[in-house]
Design a binder for this molecule. Structure first.
Ligand SMILES: [Zn+2]
Length: 85
């Protein structure tokens, strides 16, 4: 499988997750939602789910290859490698 640089992968994950969260949040705040807005919200949720799946697959430590999903620190929790992101 092709590897994606950690920086790129984590950026995509953050943007995708942020977009999804913003869309879901919009759905919570507004009482009256138009059809177009509903579609946007669902699109955001789909983007968020896709970015989580993406993170599970591509967000990996460059040294030991273990998943960095849910790791927001500067070091790999498995091998201690410093993460450049
Ligand atoms: Zn590691």
């Amino acid at each position: 499988m092709k590897k994606i640089p950690l920086k790129t992968a984590s950026r995509i994950y953050k943007i995708g997750g942020g977009t999804g969260l913003a869309a879901a949040f919009t759905g919570v705040i507004f009482d009256e939602i138009s059809k177009q807005m509903e579609i946007l919200i669902w699109a955001g949720i789909v983007i968020m789910i896709a970015s989580v799946i993406f993170a599970c697959i591509f967000l990996r430590c460059p040294r030991c290859g273990s998943t960095l999903f849910r790791n927001w620190g500067g070091y790999c929790q498995h091998c201690g490698e410093e993460l450049d992101r």
